[in-house]
Design a binder for this molecule. Structure first.
Ligand code: SF4
Length: 185
């Protein structure tokens, strides 16, 4: 996996102060995408064990609420193995004390389908490992005709901010906030 940059103190991509990793690679190619320079999976620089160590150290201070994975698309197919490794390490180091947010161009339903196929064909189940180890998923491609800059954390109204644990428990995508909470954000 290649990555574009690591932002050590980010207040734009999720709640609180966060460490954000911008991955390289995206095959959604949404018209109007703000970050087309991130589409090339060979762009940026290789993500190494040293990069992961650096991210873990950046996450240590108490004022850091959590980790955000965005891009590009962290779930670009060739990124998934490394994303698994990152998530397992961060969970091991911090257990539940840091929350993990992810932005992807895939929908929740597509990811569940992909996870089911991985299990069926007994390939390494990276997708299910990933979605089981993140707290919040902002899903779906950016759709220019549905652009709405008033929406928190989303660029277009088709996207959703999904709470992963509850969605797994109820077997359907559940929004991270209630509509009432959303109005106040
Ligand atoms: S999924 Fe995100 S990074 Fe990829 S093209 Fe769409 S808006 Fe851009």
């Amino acid at each position: 996996m290649n990555y574009m940059k690591v932002v050590p103190c980010d207040i734009a991509n999720g709640p609180g102060v966060r460490v954000t990793l911008f991955c390289a690679g995206c095959n959604h190619h949404c018209p109007g995408c703000q970050n087309p320079t991130t589409w090339d999976p060979n762009g940026g620089q290789p993500f190494t064990d040293k990069t992961l160590d650096k991210i873990v150290d950046l996450l240590r201070p108490d004022y850091i609420q959590g980790l955000t994975l965005t891009g590009g698309d962290p779930l670009y197919q060739e990124n998934r193995e490394m994303i698994c490794k990152i998530l397992i390490r961060v969970r091991h180091e911090f257990e539940g004390s840091k929350d993990i947010w992810m932005w992807t161009g895939y929908t929740w339903e597509e990811l569940i389908q992909q996870a089911a196929e991985e299990l069926k064909y007994q390939t390494i189940p990276t997708t299910v490992t990933i979605i089981r180890n993140i707290n919040v998923l902002v899903d779906g491609p950016y759709i220019e005709s549905k652009r709405d800059i008033s929406l928190p954390y989303m660029g277009s109204s088709n996207q959703r901010v999904i709470g992963c644990n509850k969605s797994f428990a109820l077997r359907r995508p559940v929004l991270w906030w209630t509509p009432e909470e959303k109005k106040g954000k």
